[in-house]
Design a protein around this ligand. Structure first.
Ligand code: GCU
Length: 676
């Protein structure tokens, strides 16, 4: 039964009777070598069609049959058949899909693209879609990566689905079946690389034995067209190389990294690249030697360039801010302060990887202003499928609507339309590289993420990274059909629950742009508003008995709003023009400040918390209405989580409204909140 979870959206469950599919009668996969993605595509077509329809088709690598499914690259097709229907429409990883009844052509620009096309065709069939189609499709950006925060001891930082599928006890696990199954899921959503170790990297990952080990991971990824990347510990030259420094300009340090890179490529010729978290939350970095972050990034860019690799350098650079007494101090300013002066100094194979908001994966944040401050530098957005602050997979929170608030935000750089999605794809500033990374943190759990429904976020991430204009709800429904079948009630119910889930979570956690109000000292789970102020992490709310919010204006506050281009800065500078869902992000106001609804800020808090908890409560009955329409195992598993969420949303509600009614002394108009 665990198969239901493990197969996720690639179940190939039999279709209900009564369809009139016209299927190919054989499969021609134009490369039969074992590790080639085209060979994988042939196998996958065979497996998928057998699962959905019960017929087992034969696979060959040559021949010509009128009603066959041919899969390969454009070049392989040309070689086999003399000409090809595809003419310059494809970019790297793109594919062309033609379905004419039982004659199917699936042609990739490269082998990976061909595999993507095969999964696309199977996704249509599995959803009962037998239409004739013919189109070319290309990725929005070349980098569609996943970051896995796995540690060498097998634990996962912010992992909510069990221990690592890659590591245990300081080594790479011997059985990599799950790693291969993961790559299969990822290639079906067109993710093309995984950085397998935590951003807080450990130098032992790149010792000689472990380089061989991660080489084995790359081996099981390869047939799926998924490349491997690694996070680096900046201080490795000292810890592993016995040097007396890790200064990025030191010749010994440069030689050390050159040698490591050579060892990696000797074992993994298609290695994707490095991910670097430096000078952040205590990690070592170039600033220790008074070198710039560009010096740090270019160190790796230089040594990896001859091999064609890239460097993802994280913008999550900040030092804990000790002084809340300073009204103008602001952790949110850090990224632009550090990186803007360096624009243009990063090598062409460096990408600055920027968390979607300026703080840290909160339930609501404005788009990071850094996206508007790097015009001559490649950028990528960092999203988080792992619901670190958003319920840790114990709460249903469908994330694409949140992500869209960032990607669809227009930064108005130079007074021209500058959507974040067009910045990160490289389109807006004509950059050669760009894209996205999502922190996913799957584990050994049979559900991968710890919850069946959380997998919609992983699926949607891949779909969006390919095309940021895809509709969140349409993606969700594809996922639901593939995961739970074609029953309309099931699809409608899961759609309703999922689309209501992020607004509900925002309602019962932190409102009006005040951050999520989690416990930020230890668990990042559950409410603990008192941990935000008077702690070193700089996630302040400045709540006192009369007022609340961070004044981030230029005129009177931290100046953060001035990091945006003029039109946007002007909007955030004033209370009247700041969207209310970000009011307390940008402004410090009285609890009695009146919102557009006519309610006070504090009354809005109270009402929103009751509303959010009620929505979460309703999810239980909605889910129960699906009994019998979903296999018992997944039904019960999800029900358990929905019951938990309903209860925990009340814990959230009561602790947040209690905290603010206490501190403000202002009673709830509806009399629900106790007087103190
Ligand atoms: C969050 C998370 C850390 C992580 C950090 C990062 O703060 O809690 O565990 O290391 O982000 O993204 O580097």
């Amino acid at each position: 039964v665990a198969e239901n979870g493990l197969q996720a959206w690639l179940r190939y469950a039999p279709l209900p009777q009564g369809h009139n599919a016209r299927l190919p009668s054989s499969i021609i996969a134009l490369n039969s070598s074992t590790n080639s993605p085209v060979n994988t595509a042939g196998q996958e077509l065979q497996k998928g069609i057998q699962g959905i329809f019960g017929n087992r088709l034969s696979i060959s690598s040559t021949g010509k049959a009128p009603s066959s499914a041919v899969v390969g690259t454009v070049a392989q097709f040309q070689e086999a058949f003399g000409s090809s229907p595809v003419h310059n429409q494809l970019e790297e990883d793109g594919f062309w899909l033609s379905v004419k009844g039982s004659t199917v052509q699936i042609l990739g620009q490269n082998e990976r693209g061909a595999l993507y096309g095969a999964f696309e065709y199977l996704s249509m069939l599995a959803q009962g879609n037998f239409s004739n189609v013919e189109y070319a499709t290309n990725p929005a950006a070349p980098v569609r990566w996943i970051n896995s925060w796995d540690n060498m001891d097998g634990s996962i930082t912010r992992g909510f689905g069990g221990n690592s599928i890659f590591f245990a006890d300081g080594h790479i696990v011997s059985n990599l079946t799950r790693a291969a199954e993961y790559a299969r899921l990822l290639s079906s959503i067109r993710v093309n690389a995984v950085v397998v170790n935590d951003v807080n990297a450990n130098f032992t990952t790149i010792n000689p034995e472990n380089i061989q080990g991660v080489g084995r991971i790359a081996d099981v990824f390869r047939p799926y067209g998924v490349q491997l990347g690694l996070s680096l510990d900046f201080a490795s030259p000292m810890e592993l190389g016995n040097l007396s420094t890790y200064d990025p300009l030191d010749p010994g340090v440069i030689a050390f990294w050159g040698d490591i890179t050579q060892q990696i490529y000797a074992r993994i010729p298609d290695f994707a690249g490095y991910l670097v978290k430096a000078d952040s939350e205590g990690t070592p970095g170039p600033l220790v030697y008074n070198r710039t972050l560009a010096d740090g990034a270019n160190l790796f860019a230089n040594v990896i360039k001859p091999f064609g690799g890239i460097v993802m350098y994280r913008a999550f650079v900040y030092n804990q801010l000790p002084d809340e007494g300073d009204w103008k101090a602001d952790r949110a300013n850090a990224a632009v302060d550090f990186f803007h002066p360096l624009d243009g100094q990063f090598d062409d194979n460096v990408i600055i990887q920027i968390k979607y908001g300026p703080i840290d994966f909160q339930v609501r944040e404005p788009a990071s202003p850094l996206f508007a401050n790097l015009l001559e530098t490649n950028t990528a957005i960092e999203l988080q499928v792992a619901q670190e602050y958003l319920g840790q997979q114990c709460h249903l929170v469908y994330l694409p609507p949140l992500w869209r608030t960032i990607l669809d935000f227009d930064l108005r750089v130079q007074n021209q339309s500058s959507f974040v999605r067009d910045v990160i794809t490289g389109e807006r500033f004509k950059r050669p590289l760009g894209g996205s990374a999502a922190v996913v943190n799957v584990g050994l759990d049979d559900t991968w993420l710890g919850s069946h429904l959380a997998m919609s976020n992983l699926y949607a991430y891949g779909r969006l990274a390919w095309d940021w204009s895809s509709d969140s709800e349409a993606i969700l429904q594809d996922w639901t059909r593939l995961t739970f079948g074609l029953d309309k009630t099931v699809i409608d119910t899961i759609t309703q629950m999922s689309m209501a889930s992020w607004p509900a979570y925002e309602n019962y956690s932190g409102n009006l742009g005040e951050q999520t109000l989690n416990d930020i000292l230890y668990t990042h789970f559950g409410p603990n508003p008192q941990t935000l102020d008077n702690t070193v992490w700089g996630q302040w709310t400045r709540a006192d008995h009369a007022s609340i919010g961070m004044d981030r204006t230029v005129s009177n506050g931290t100046g953060f709003s001035g990091q945006y281009p003029p039109e946007v800065a002007e909007m955030f500078e004033h209370i009247e023009t700041t969207p209310e869902n970000l009011l307390l992000w940008f402004h410090h106001v009285n609890y009695t400040q009146i919102l557009k609804s006519g309610k006070t800020v504090i009354q809005h808090f109270y009402d929103a918390h009751y509303e959010g908890a009620e929505t979460a409560h309703n999810f239980v009955a909605m889910w129960q209405s699906l009994k019998g329409k979903i296999d018992d195992e997944r039904f019960e598993d999800v029900l358990f989580r929905q019951v938990f969420q309903a209860g925990h949303s009340i814990v959230w509600r009561d602790s947040i409204v209690g905290f603010y009614s206490n501190i403000s002394g202002i009673p709830d108009d509806a009399g629900r909140v106790g007087h103190h």
